[in-house]
Design a binder for this molecule. Structure first.
Ligand code: UDP
Ligand code: MG
Length: 307
């Protein structure tokens, strides 16, 4: 099997037949052994029944159906588990991603990349989605040091190794390039055509923005700081402690000079900073003890072996 196309779908009954047709057309020109895996994420609009109807005409179609709605990450994760292709491409079910980009993604992979992400350069989404997304992408690129323009594009291509070594859960699908790059995979990007949503409606509200940032913190913790929690907690702790200590030192000098300091707000702020600082450092140390306990289970991404 050369290629698996994984499509998470939550109530996308109108879009799927068109999308599958489009994929079929593109694949006819490519001469690859392929399969399409639609993961029905607990749809209530008969998405799975539709797939059952389509199956006889589409032998390459596979599908799983969740008993309830678990979210896009869960759908991708299950799709990855059963994918058999040497390359796995993901795309949204809502026709916003264009299957015509498949050859371009494959070409970029051939340049030596392990993950190629789409970049919706000209987006066809409402402004209340585009602007938060811009901010999110900017911050994520800065914080992670990965120079992508569009982390959350549904259209991505992965080499098999990548999907077998990263774990997607929660809502971490937005950070697949980050998780991959952290394991040493080469991550690239190409601009892709994006289309407006024709049928159905978006499944994510404004909560996506806040959740995205919480998830960014999570991702930093489970990648960069997982095995060295004191590096992050200790830094904040030390900063807070030193600030508080300097404040109190200054007030102590004033006190020796005969000033009254008990009623000064700065006095309390200093104490607060010292306490918070010590707490942060202790959190970091506890984190270190926890990660020491898991040291044997830490997974390292191995590229090649010679026996
Ligand atoms: N999706 C899913 N489960 C969910 C939410 C979304 O499988 O709980 C799928 C959805 O059917 C679509 C893709 O994830 O194929 C992207 O969703 P959507 O188009 O709503 O996201 P947006 O384009 O607004 O970012
Ligand atoms: Mg969409």
């Amino acid at each position: 099997m050369d290629l698996s196309i994984v499509i998470p779908a939550y109530n996308e009954r109108e879009s799927l037949p068109v999308l599958l047709q489009e994929i079929c057309q593109v694949m006819q020109g490519l001469n690859l052994a392929f399969e399409v895996i639609v993961v029905d994420d607990g749809s209530s609009d008969g998405t799975f029944e539709l797939l059952e109807q389509l199956k006889p005409q589409m032998p390459w179609l596979r599908a799983i159906s969740f008993r309830r709605n678990y979210g896009k990450s869960a759908a991708l994760s299950e799709g990855f588990k059963i994918a058999r292709g040497a390359v796995v491409i993901t795309m949204d079910a809502d026709l916003q991603d264009d299957p015509k980009e498949i050859p371009n993604l494959l070409k970029k992979l051939d340049e030596g990349y392990d993950l190629v992400s789409g970049w919706k350069k000209r987006r066809h989404d409402p402004l209340n989605k585009v602007i938060p997304s811009r901010i999110f992408n900017f911050v994520t690129a800065r914080v992670t040091g990965i120079p992508l323009h569009d982390f959350n594009c549904g259209l991505k291509a992965y080499r098999r190794d990548v999907i077998k070594s990263i774990h997607v859960y929660g809502e971490l699908h937005r950070f697949l390039p980050v998780l991959a790059q952290w394991q040493g995979f080469r991550v690239g990007e190409i601009p892709v055509r994006h289309r407006p949503r024709k049928y159905g409606r978006t499944k994510f509200g404004v909560s996506r923005f806040f959740n995205g940032f919480f998830d960014l913190i999570t991702v930093l913790f489970i990648t960069r700081y997982k095995t060295s929690p004191l590096h992050i907690f200790g830094m904040f702790g030390l900063l807070s402690f030193l600030l508080g200590f300097t404040t109190e030192l200054y007030l102590t000098i004033l006190w020796f000079m005969g000033h009254s300091i008990r009623n000064r707000p700065l006095f309390f702020l200093g104490i607060l900073l010292i306490i918070v600082g010590v707490q942060f450092i202790v959190f970091g140390l506890i984190g270190e003890m926890i990660s020491a306990g898991f040291a044997e289970k830490t997974e390292y991404s191995i590229k090649k072996k010679l026996d």
